[in-house]
Design a protein around this ligand. Sequence first.
Ligand SMILES: [Cu+2]
Length: 76
Amino acid sequence: MEKIVLKIDGITCGHCVGKVEKSLKSLPGVEVAKVDLKKGTAKVKYDDSKQTIDKLNEAVREAGYESESTSKRWLI
Ligand SMILES: [Cu+2]
């Protein structure tokens, strides 16, 4: 399992948060996707044998926003 932090651009409200979280969670292997609207970040926990960071960023883009991975990791 990997726990990464994505930086997300363009999210402005709860609706955006919901869209991004839904899109990330729809990917196989993604266990947790939690967007922080204030910080403009998403914490994602995923199975790195099933998913890649590129795919995570792609899912955010499909939801209509831009994201990039940061060097940050997170703990439960
Ligand atoms: Cu919004």
